[in-house]
Ligand binder design. Structure first.
Ligand code: TYD
Ligand code: MG
Length: 457
């Protein structure tokens, strides 16, 4: 009998070591090594095909002769999902969906299965029984003749059913519950997750079937199991949001077939997830007309313009060092903008506690909302509300200059569509822009000081 080998595997990053160590040399985490047994290396991956059928060996072909399949995608009924996937599901792709427990991953996948009525979907659950899934489907209020539910965790058995059913789409909920008989260690361990993913990857590529993997997330917020999982799959989507609020954001973290800055927004209702096709409305709707410290920035996430509300609270620091806290906006950039306002605008912010928040739980990384952040801070400092019909779209430079941003026309149109009457932009964005085209008043500025002269009078 082949000797069973054991190795110690870091459960955080997947690095192996021959002996146990307290601190991982690779990711510097403590106490993450767990002993795992590995099967004899010469044994092949559990093949999704019949036992004796040999998988075809691949041959090199000329690049020009390779069929271009990129345009062939499965366009689902879920527009938000299509968007984050880059225009639909790519055949043979492996998509990982991560998110905290209870955020709605299983619901999203079941809705996909139920709405794709013409496609055979095999939904494999290692977490819930068939009855539980039936109850969920009843709650969502949809049903499909082509949706097959399998409660199973062994990859070998799953592949037997796959050969039987021949699904068009496979959903695995979740990858951490699967185990392959090839490896001795417990389900959810790094080696198991890696091997099971490898088997599913092989299946996806050889059969050209798209596979969705649901993945758990650790307390720190990264995908549980190893980084290796992220490397193996084609697309990583992250499902985010506060469990206590209804809004959920599906974000593309990695995508071999599209842009990574896409965002899908859903609302969790009592009958499942509803797509939110006009997010700006929900992100800025809950606002009193004259609250100080609030400014609206015209941002673009992926291909979609988003008007977002920046709120700030500025109050005199009661302790020596003032506090700076920011939610949804880069803290370093906030500090930079505070320094610019202090130095170039003469605003006394260094003795103030500053709390900045992007409403709706959204994270914004683009500098185009700098001007909105500055406006919000100054409005908060002076307790001077900004009109709720004013939007901002410009970057702020270290010299206190108002800089141009990309795709200004999209931002202006979105602000106009949502009923804003004026938008502050950079003078340098005026080139090639026809203000007569818009009903909204376009206010060009080149210096931050001029903006505040205008706002504060
Ligand atoms: P679920 O999809 O089970 O989350 P995950 O798979 O990410 O752990 O979602 C569970 C939550 O969603 C649960 O708290 C109940 C809620 N929910 C609704 O509010 N409405 C619904 O129609 C459904 C199906 C779930
Ligand atoms: Mg679930």
């Amino acid at each position: 009998m082949a000797k069973i080998k054991t190795v110690y595997v870091c459960q955080n990053c997947g690095v192996q070591s021959a002996k146990w160590v307290g601190k991982c040399n690779s990711c510097n985490e403590w106490n993450t090594y767990v002993e795992e047994q590995v099967g004899p290396p010469e044994k092949e991956l559990t093949n999704w095909r019949e036992k004796d059928s040999k998988s075809p060996t691949s041959k090199p072909i000329r690049l020009n002769e390779i069929e271009n399949n990129s345009e062939k995608r499965i366009v689902t009924y879920d527009k938000e999902l299509n968007r984050v996937l880059g225009g639909g599901i790519v055949y043979g792709s492996l998509v990982l969906i991560g998110g905290e427990p209870g955020i709605g991953k299983s619901t999203l996948m079941l809705q996909l299965a139920l709405s794709s009525k013409r496609l055979k979907v095999l939904y494999v659950s290692g977490e819930e029984s068939q009855q539980q899934i039936k109850m969920r489907a009843q709650r969502i209020g949809q049903s499909s003749d082509n949706c097959f539910i399998l409660a199973e965790t062994s990859t070998q058995h799953i592949f037997t059913q796959i050969r039987e059913i021949q699904p068009d789409i496979l959903v695995i909920d979740s990858i951490q519950t699967l185990h392959t008989p090839r490896i001795e260690s417990a389900a959810g361990s790094v080696s198991q997750v890696r091997e099971c993913t490898a088997e599913l990857l092989k299946f996806a590529k050889e059969s050209n079937t798209p596979v969705f993997l649901v993945g758990h997330i650790t307390k720190e917020g990264s995908l549980a199991g190893p980084k290796v999982l992220e490397h193996m799959v084609d697309t990583v989507l992250q499902f985010e949001g506060d469990r206590h609020l209804a809004y959920r954001i599906l974000r593309t973290v990695k995508n071999r077939f599209g842009s990574t800055s896409e965002l899908g927004i859903y609302e969790m209702q009592s009958t499942g997830l509803r797509e939110v096709s006009n997010p700006s409305e929900i992100l800025i709707s809950q606002r009193e007309a004259d609250s100080p410290g609030v400014a609206i920035g015209a941002s673009i996430e992926g291909n979609r313009p988003l008007l977002i509300e920046i709120q700030s609270l500025v109050s005199t620091a009661s302790y020596g060092t003032p506090q700076r806290s920011s939610t949804g906006f880069d803290a370093k950039r906030l500090n930079m903008l505070l320094a610019v306002l202090e130095k170039r605008g003469g605003f006394r912010l260094s003795s103030q506690d500053v709390f900045l928040n992007v409403a709706g739980g959204i994270k914004i990384e683009e500098p185009a909302i700098d001007l909105a952040v500055c406006a919000s801070l100054v409005s908060g400092l002076h307790d001077a509300p900004i009109s709720d019909k004013t939007a901002f779209a410009a970057e702020v430079g270290l010299g206190g200059e108002v800089r141009a941003v990309n795709r200004i026309d999209n931002r202006i149109s979105e602000a106009e569509k949502l009923g804003f009457t004026e938008i502050f932009i950079s003078k340098y964005n005026m080139k090639g822009l026809d203000p007569k085209k818009y009903e909204i008043k376009i206010r060009p500025f080149s210096r931050l000081t001029d903006v505040f002269e205008e706002l504060l009078g």
